[in-house]
Design a protein around this ligand. Structure first.
Ligand SMILES: [Zn+2]
Length: 634
């Protein structure tokens, strides 16, 4: 679809906006500095030959001036994220950038390499390591550091090292206190509810093109492939610490912010500071629109402030985007990043304390000109609007304090009644069409959402809503907002995708978990209303180990506790992998068989449990509001 005149005017006006210093080209110099090799192959593939990472698709269009379907500020950022390949940051410090959503850093020791953040999937990790080996030299990996708990910083680990390397003591795996626990907390339990939202934010179903995905802020997109996990062997406590690994001195700083257990690493010999994802070349994401609990903005600002104490730093690198070079430049950059997150925090609390509610605060807060004109605080990933709502929610939760909103009607009912008061669907559609033609896209998207809630089959409403979302997508400076708007437009036009998808459930993380944790992840699939009146206990024993738990169904909840229960009606002994696949819903009870599995007791209990479990859909509607599987009242 083509951009409207309103959209074109808006993008045009950005070119003359004093917030944007188009003459400032320092980022282009920093992004290009130290390039050793830029691969010219078309893509990175998995073992089946499927593309996990595009090269050609982005390069086909990412050059020259912004087209009239992309905000010029986002376009500039997308050009910068397209500087990719193997880079030398300084002597003995290398990065592969732009070959994954994230960056991997290699620090050369006496004998081998220390890796910081092995990317998202084994395919891109192995590719990055090969680039290093081919162009700098093949040497063993002696240590692996995870800067924080998000899968784009550990998921590729098995593309670089194996469990055996770690068990044998050849490789240390270093992370901060609470690492594994927070991996599960942040991404484990919500793993089934997040993927469709994740796809919206990262534009995973959009075509790579000027009318589709052009960037995600942190990088070009999330790569496909296999996410893996290896537990840390060395834990850095909240007081930080120093370590010497293979002749390399490392100072660790506990740095909660973008992740609750983030960790910065300073390499004094190389005057290089790695700041995890607490600073990157776009605005912080205090709340992430894929869904997560809001981050602690106050702590985040403090973590950046404490990083200023590494005042000899001459090379600042992070988990995404490009480095900052130069002592003075780094001090200035860190101070501005600190101030950006602190400004959002303090101003949200100021307005909250006057009684403003989230939607008002989101519309009111702007950066002062001194921060607004900084490219590295532009909202390509975080946005002020969604961050300040997150900050409000961090302190006060979802409720705005207004009893009119304490027990609001569910959206379908609310929409039907509202439209009835407004004179019905046709009357609303007529006015919405006129407002669309007047360029009122934000309002039109809102009111048509009501129509679609009330009448999901209304194709006229869907088409007009898709058009409004498309125009907002083209006009968005924020990459994740653009992706979300364009994904909504796709869903409104074509419905939700069909077929299988890779949910990137963190199977490898759960594989090593205790039986209790595994069964706790199963309990969210128990259908409460169906389970009412059922009661039994099943013991789960991991074959060849002493590990066991028992799950008791009572009051329509499944309570799992360590150890076995002598009164359990059924005891199942099975391999850990089978238990984890069952707990994560990858296999049904029918697959709990074979020579490795033994059962004692009332076998019917397993079938009874299975009959009470929900299967989650690969995709669920977000913009179309079709009836959901299991929707109340259907
Ligand atoms: Zn990241």
């Amino acid at each position: 679809m083509t951009p409207s005149q309103f959209t074109r005017d808006l993008l045009e006006s950005a070119l003359n906006d004093p917030d944007f210093n188009w003459q400032d080209r320092q980022d282009f110099e920093f992004a290009a500095r130290g390039l050793i090799h830029r691969p010219d192959d078309p893509a990175i593939f998995d073992r089946n030959g499927d593309t996990v990472w595009h090269h050609e698709a982005f390069e086909a269009f990412l050059h020259g001036d912004a087209p009239d379907t992309v905000h010029p500020s986002l376009w500039r950022h997308a050009l910068l994220n397209n500087f990719r390949g193997l880079f030398k940051v300084t002597d003995r410090v290398y990065q592969v950038r732009g070959e994954s959503l994230g960056n991997v850093t290699f620090v050369e020791g006496d004998r081998g390499y220390i890796v910081v953040d092995p990317l998202t999937t084994v395919e891109t990790a192995a590719y990055a390591l090969q680039l290093l080996f081919d162009h700098v030299g093949a040497r063993p990996i002696v240590a692996m550091i995870y800067s924080h708990t998000h899968s784009d910083h550990f998921g590729g680990v098995k593309g670089m090292i194996s469990e055996e390397d770690v068990k044998s003591g050849d490789v240390r795996v270093i992370a901060s206190e609470g690492f594994t626990e927070w991996v599960v907390k942040e991404q484990g339990m919500a793993a089934e509810g997040m993927p469709s939202r994740n796809d919206y934010m990262y534009g995973e179903n959009l075509e790579v093109s000027p009318v589709g995905i052009v960037d995600t802020g942190l990088g070009q997109m999330i790569e496909g492939g296999e996410v893996t996990f290896i537990e840390p062997t060395d834990i850095i406590g909240k007081d930080g610490g120093r370590m010497s690994v293979d002749g390399v001195e490392i100072e660790f700083m506990f740095a909660p912010g973008e992740a609750p257990t983030g960790m910065h690493c300073y390499f004094p010999q190389f005057k290089t500071l790695h700041v995890a994802d607490n600073c990157y070349m776009c605005l912080h994401n205090v709340y992430t629109i894929r869904g997560a609990f809001p981050r602690d903005a106050m702590q985040w600002s403090d973590s950046i402030a404490r990083s200023l104490l590494f005042e000899d730093t001459e090379f600042l690198i992070s988990g995404h985007n490009w480095p900052v070079f130069g002592k003075a430049e780094i001090q200035q950059f860190l101070g501005e990043q600190r101030d950006g997150v602190k400004y959002m925090h303090d101003q949200t609390l100021r307005l909250m304390s006057h009684g403003y509610v989230p939607a008002e605060i989101a519309d009111a807060i702007r950066f002062p000109p001194s921060l607004a004109r900084l490219w590295h605080l532009r909202g390509y990933y975080g946005s002020i609007k969604h961050n300040v709502r997150g900050i409000y929610a961090y302190y006060l939760g979802w409720y705005d304090g207004n009893p009119a909103n304490l027990d609001s009607l569910p959206p379908r009912d609310l929409a039907r009644r509202t439209l009835d008061y407004m004179g019905g669907t046709d009357a609303v559609l007529e006015r919405a069409q006129a407002d669309y033609e007047a360029g009122q896209y934000r309002w039109v998207a809102h009111i048509l959402d009501q129509v679609i809630w009330a009448d999901p089959g209304n194709l006229r409403a869907r088409a007009l809503a898709a058009a409004a979302h498309t125009q907002m997508g083209y006009a968005a400076e924020n990459a994740t907002w653009r992706n979300a708007y364009l994904s909504a437009a796709n869903e409104l036009r074509e419905g939700i995708p069909t077929g299988e998808k890779n949910h990137r459930v963190l199977r490898d993380v759960f594989k090593g978990m205790s039986p209790v944790l595994l069964m706790n992840s199963l309990s969210i699939r128990l259908n409460g209303p169906k389970a009412a009146g059922h009661a039994f206990t099943i013991n789960w024993k991991i074959a060849g180990t002493e590990e066991a738990c028992h799950s008791e169904l009572t009051n329509a909840v499944l309570i799992s506790s360590a150890g076995t229960d002598a009164d359990a009606g059924l005891t199942i002994t099975l391999p850990r992998l089978l238990l984890s696949e069952f707990a994560l819903g990858q296999i049904g009870v029918g697959a709990l068989s074979g020579p490795d599995v033994s059962m004692e007791g009332d076998l019917n209990l397993l079938a009874e449990l299975a009959s009470l479990l929900d299967t989650f859909p690969a995709w669920f509607p977000i913009a179309t509001h079709d009836l959901k599987k299991g929707e109340i009242g259907t």
